[in-house]
Design a protein around this ligand. Sequence first.
Ligand SMILES: N[C@@H](CCC(=O)N[C@@H](CS)C(=O)NCC(=O)O)C(=O)O
Length: 258
Amino acid sequence: MGVVAPKNTEVLDLKGLHLYHSGISNCSMRVRIVLEEKGLDWESHHLNILVKEHITPEYFGINPNGLVPTLVHDGVVIIESDDIIDYIDDAFPDPPLKPAGESDREQMYYWLRKAVEIHVKAVKTYIYYKRVGKNMAHDAEEDEKYRNLQTNPELLDFHRKSTTTGFTDEDVGKAKGILDDCFKTLDNQLSESEWIAGNEFSLADVAWMPLHFTLDKLAGYSFEPYANLGDWAHRISQRDSFQKAVLDWWPAHMGGKN
Ligand SMILES: N[C@@H](CCC(=O)N[C@@H](CS)C(=O)NCC(=O)O)C(=O)O
């Protein structure tokens, strides 16, 4: 979706880079990783999604889906993590996080879009079923507030399921099937190249590392069968950006610092 015209016009006056994000959110991690890789100064607007700090008319006025992350750059509002990190790489090209070669770049965009495309049906469904949904207290008044603010049908349906019937074994089986296919393909890819889209670290690696991290930490998804992915994740975990963007923001009650 990229750039949006916000209803909450207060953000139009913001100068510099402002990130609305959550410590635990894998989509927010992507943006924080890119900001740290590029050594940019940014202002944090932290919203704890576990206690629904993002479910307010003010925030829906900035991001019409009521999701984190949202980047505001000199008053320009950008939503959707894949579009945000692509935008940052264009606006601040040093060091570049898009491969120079055409086929590597196509591969990068394929995996970048894929990460976002499978988010609700696979990643979110699997994590909520395994972990988050069970820990989230539901309150009728809060649920009504959400329904009044949310207009996106896929998100309304997800919310309805997670607050009423829960996800079925079939939903979760489908989610796991999608994840298994992706990780199997990525594991094969990483036997041929150092990184997901060729031999340079790129936005594709940025997009998938948070999925690896949160599926492991929050949902106990097993990466045992994927040795190349294990090696790739280890290499990323050694980068400064991983410490600053992922570990430093991981919630304290889950063993992190935030
Ligand atoms: N396609 C969006 C998905 C954003 C998203 O689902 N964010 C999650 C955290 S990773 C969120 O805001 N969850 C809170 C909610 O669903 O209310 C993106 O890539 O930015």
